[in-house]
Design a protein around this ligand. Structure first.
Ligand SMILES: N[C@@H](CCC(=O)N[C@@H](CS)C(=O)NCC(=O)O)C(=O)O
Length: 223
C-alpha cells in the first residue's frame, strides 16, 4: 500500500492527502513524531520533516512540493497543476503563496505555539505575541482569497487546482484550532465550504489530535 508519513495538523501533509484524494489514490497514513528523529524516518528524509510519501513500487519522496509534482507525473489521470503554461504558472504562484507566505505568517506559528511546542523538549513557554500576530495576519490572506474568488471560480482560474488544495489545507489547520474568522470573510467562507464538501476533504474532518479538540464547527459542512 502507498504510505504517507505525516503529522495530523501539518498543512503540508494535509495538502498531499487532498491531492491523493482528488486523484482517488488509496493510501495508509502513518503518524510520525518527527521531533523524535527516528533513524528509519531520518533515512527517508534527512531534513527530518513531514510529509514523506512511499509509493507502491517503494519510491520514497520527501517534501510536499516534490510529492505533489511526483504525483502529478506518476498519476496524470486527474491533473491538478493546471492546463497550459500560463495556468500552470498561476497555480504554482498561488501554491507557493500559501506554502511559503501563509505558512510563515499564519499556519506554522499557530501549529507550533498551540500543538508542537508541548511535544518538543526545551521549547520554552508559549509565545502569545506570535499567536496574536498570526491571528491578525490571517485576515489579510482571507481578503486575498475573497478578491480572487470575486474574479474566478477557483483560486487560480476556472478549474480546481493544487492552489485551492494548498490554501484549504493551511486553512483547515487553523480552522481546527478555532482561529479562522469566517464571519468577517463571507466570500472566502463560501469557497472554503465548497472545498470542505469535496470527498477528498472528508478524512481531514475526521482528524482528532489527542488532548486538543477541534473548534465546534470544524466538522460541519455548513457553518
Ligand atoms: N517544505 C516542506 C515543509 C514541511 C514542514 O515544514 N513540515 C513541518 C511540519 S508541518 C516539519 O516537519 N517541521 C519539522 C522541522 O522543520 O524540523 C514541505 O513542503 O514538505
Amino acid at each position: 500500500m502507498r504510505t504517507l508519513y505525516q503529522y495530523m495538523l501539518c498543512p503540508f501533509s494535509r495538502k498531499v492527502r487532498l491531492v491523493m484524494g482528488e486523484k482517488r489514490l488509496d493510501f495508509d497514513v502513518e503518524q510520525e513524531r518527527f521531533w523524535e528523529r527516528r533513524d528509519d524516518f531520518m533515512a527517508m528524509n534527512p531534513a527530518g520533516q513531514v510529509p514523506v510519501f512511499v509509493d507502491l513500487n517503494g519510491t520514497v519522496v520527501a517534501d510536499s512540493y516534490a510529492i505533489c509534482e511526483y504525483l502529478e507525473e506518476a498519476y496524470p489521470e486527474r491533473l491538478l497543476l493546471g492546463h497550459g503554461v500560463a495556468h500552470r504558472a498561476e497555480v504554482r504562484r498561488l501554491t507557493a503563496w500559501f506554502d511559503d507566505k501563509f505558512a510563515r505568517e499564519v499556519s506554522l506559528p499557530l501549529v507550533f505555539e498551540k500543538t508542537l511546542r508541548r511535544f518538543m523538549r526545551d521549547s520554552g513557554p508559549t509565545n502569545s505575541q506570535a499567536i496574536r500576530q498570526a491571528k491578525a495576519a490571517v485576515n489579510y490572506h482571507l481578503d486575498y482569497i475573497s478578491w480572487l474568488i470575486d474574479r474566478r471560480r477557483w483560486l487560480a482560474g476556472d478549474e480546481l487546482s493544487l492552489a485551492d488544495l494548498a490554501a484549504a489545507a493551511h486553512l483547515s489547520v487553523i480552522d481546527y484550532l478555532g482561529d479562522a474568522p469566517w464571519d468577517k470573510h463571507e466570500v472566502a467562507k463560501d469557497w472554503y465550504m465548497r472545498m470542505k464538501s469535496r470527498p477528498s476533504f472528508r478524512p481531514l474532518l475526521q482528524d482528532r489530535l489527542g488532548g486538543l479538540a477541534p473548534s465546534e464547527h470544524y466538522q460541519l459542512l455548513d457553518f
